[in-house]
Design a protein around this ligand. Structure first.
Ligand SMILES: C[S@@+](CC[C@H](N)C(=O)[O-])C[C@H]1O[C@@H](n2cnc3c(N)ncnc32)[C@H](O)[C@@H]1O
Length: 326
């Protein structure tokens, strides 16, 4: 079963905006947090900046489901959950929230790098490991969550990962995966294909293909999950405005968050991929910086009404009864 794609009817109604929309004292709390972090001219070491971009991404993803009581996951897990896993936990924000939400559960956040966390609730455990290695956890999970892992694995890596998820879920347990589509578009033709922002998605998808780790994860993840054996698949597609151009107040806020998400993450996204897999040959650092400066100019153009898609997919491991009937 597939959830209907609901898009606000007001979506395409745009407002002109100016720098005040990103600076104003009157903006909401979420963007004040982001603004405080990103507009003070403070730029920490790149990993600090990356963690900050993960944090804004986290706020953004929660905001996309502002109308749900629980914006953290859609999978209807059995209550109370006992074991939950967050793969590629990054800054650990989702895992920490979930540990608060479900005191009954042990929540594990796994990443190649330790999250910058000074304190975690006793039921939240962060582990540094490569998730592609053999898993050694003994208790099966009720929910496994992944978000923004695009480009992390080869197709074989994804197959292996989903297989391990399947094997390590309790019968009837859920997997949930959310990804961004890196391509930008507009419905009113204000974002031109031949602009820098219009070329962004295709260019990075090309880098992803050359690296063997496709960035089109949001398109392939559902099929790969089904291949691993998951059933009862659901999905939800979101439209994420880039910049505070929508007239609708919530979408404007989402657009503002996505602007901060982009500006904090740009360098991290672009430097690695372009200097390794840029076309026609790997780019120099200076070339990447010059390109990013042009992207920044377009990001601040209030006449461009760009958006990206994000997709959330969730599915279930068959129950024991269903498995017997298969
Ligand atoms: C873009 S971040 C997303 C962080 C977090 N899921 C979120 O939505 O904020 C991707 C994370 O996946 C981690 N990652 C990539 N490959 C991994 C692997 N093989 N094993 C564990 N973590 C991995 C990266 O270190 C990074 O922190």
């Amino acid at each position: 079963m597939e959830d209907t794609i609901t898009i606000d009817p007001d979506y395409n109604s745009a407002n002109e905006w100016d720098a005040d929309d990103l600076d104003s004292e009157t903006t909401s709390i979420t963007s004040s947090v982001a603004r405080g972090r990103f507009q003070n001219g403070r730029r920490g070491p790149s990993d600090e900046q990356q963690f900050e971009s993960f944090e804004v991404g986290h706020m953004l993803f929660l905001m996309l489901d502002y109308d749900r009581q629980n914006p953290h996951h859609h999978a209807p897990i059995t209550q109370p959950p006992k074991h939950i896993l967050d793969i590629g936990t990054g800054k650990g924000s989702w895992a920490l929230d979930i540990a608060d939400m479900y005191p009954s559960a042990t929540v594990r956040g796994v990443d190649l790098y330790p999250p910058p966390v000074n304190w975690e609730p006793p039921n939240c455990v962060f582990e540094v490991d490569d998730i592609l290695r053999d898993w050694t956890w003994s208790e099966p999970f009720d929910l496994i969550h992944l978000r923004m892992m695009l480009g992390a694995f080869t197709p074989e890596g994804w197959d292996r990962l989903y297989q391990q998820c399947y094997e390590n879920l309790t019968p009837g347990g859920w997997i949930e995966h959310m990804e961004l589509d890196v391509r930008l578009q507009s419905d009113d033709d204000t974002l031109k294909e031949d602009s820098y922002l219009g070329g962004w998605g295709p260019m990075f998808i090309g880098c992803g293909e050359r690296s063997g780790r496709s960035l089109l994860t949001q398109e392939t993840m559902r099929g790969a999950m089904e291949k691993a054996g998951f059933v009862d698949m659901h999905e939800k597609l979101y439209k994420i405005p880039l910049g505070p151009w929508p007239k609708n107040k919530i979408l404007k806020e989402i657009g503002r968050l996505q602007y901060f998400h982009w500006t904090s993450a740009l360098e991290g996204w672009a430097l690695w991929l372009l200097t390794k897999y840029g076309a026609p040959s790997p780019w120099t650092n200076d070339e990447v910086q010059a390109y990013l400066a042009k992207i920044q100019v377009e990001l601040q153009n209030p006449h461009i009404h760009g958006y990206e898609y994000a997709r959330r997919v969730w599915g279930r491991k068959p129950t024991e009864e269903e498995a017997r009937a298969m």
